[in-house]
Design a protein around this ligand. Sequence first.
Ligand code: 6GU
Length: 227
Amino acid sequence: MRIDILSLFPDMFQGPLSESIVKRALQKGLAEIHIHNIRNFATDKHHRVDDYQFGGGAGMVMMPEPVVAAIESLTNERKYDEIIFMTPDGEVFNQKTANLMSMYDNLMLICGHYKGLDERVRQHFITREISIGDYVLSGGELAACVVADSLIRLIPGALNDETSALSDSFQDGLLSAPVYTRPADFRGWKVPDVLMSGHDKNIVEWRQQQSIERTITRRPDLLNEDE
Ligand code: 6GU
């Protein structure tokens, strides 16, 4: 998988994508991430990327020319499965979308900033618009990191234990069961007996029950979702 990220703040990607599972997947060649500074595609002498909005109102709007120049420099090189605009008014990202997108070969993520992106670019170049939740971030960069991380960890070989993605919260529509490690007695708080019993069938049943109870109390909305 190749992910191209277009941003006005390319430095924001250094940390999140260079640690842990994502770092290892990139090192293994399972995925590559290319960050592009939209400002480098501005053609005027001040490298302007935003301007006032027509009709008035607070906040600047990302100008069409630099973003489209950046998009086309990439689409001239290869075909993209999706060109995604990261924006709080997009569809809310979830595990189902992550699973689908993890099978793509080429993905472009465009990070919104300021008041947003000129609507004509959204209409004519963007194939999908994604939000990561109902709150507002300063820009799409952190959201793009979230999406990239969630996709890359699903690529076969990215996780050490191939089965562990399957037991993630959400992967079967339920939250995960609680987990424990040593010591078996920490300050007098004991690990549930069933986990120490060595009885595999009971452990599976206990975990399933815990998953269901957690989902009912914390996220009842998940139980009514299709699939
Ligand atoms: Cl994708 N962008 C911004 N700016 N805020 C968000 C978001 C994206 N998703 C949730 N909040």
